[in-house]
Write a protein that binds this ligand. Structure first.
Ligand code: ATP
Length: 118
């Protein structure tokens, strides 16, 4: 019973983490709007099951990258808020991870949607 309680408490912390990221990171709103746009486009174009799977995975990966980026930024700010070369590099690399998944998501979206449009 204790194990189940602990496990369920873990979900509460995780959901709290997602909520905190939404509150502290404006980019999360962008990712949310992009996810809604993708879901609407998929429905309007009536895309096949594979396209749904790929786009949903990309949404998940983009959100995951943004959450890691937000966590790393917070940790970096805890280390120091002074200008620091390494902290700057750490933040740039974390934000680069988000950019990479977003660029590949756009490329995948073009490959998936273009045949449905023309
Ligand atoms: N303490 C620091 N020392 C050196 N450079 C920093 C420092 N804090 C931030 N920077 C630089 O400023 C950039 C933006 O950092 P900031 O903490 O404002 O993130 P942000 O604008 O929320 O980024 P993101 O859009 O990725 O969420 C970093 O990528 C880094 O290049």
């Amino acid at each position: 019973m204790n194990i189940i309680k602990k496990h369920l408490a873990g979900y509460r912390y995780s959901v709290n983490g997602i909520w905190l990221a939404f509150r502290s990171e404006p980019n999360m709103i962008f990712h949310f709007v992009a996810a809604i746009a993708v879901i609407l486009t998929n429905s309007l174009l009536n895309v096949d099951r594979t396209a749904w799977l790929i786009t949903l995975m990309l949404i998940g990966l983009a959100w995951m990258a943004e959450l890691f980026n937000t966590a790393i930024e917070k940790l970096a700010d805890r280390v120091t808020k002074e200008q620091d070369l390494l902290i700057g590099q750490v933040k740039d690399i974390a934000s680069g991870a988000v950019l990479i998944i977003c660029v590949f998501a756009v490329i995948c979206a073009l490959i998936i949607y273009i045949p449905y449009l023309f």
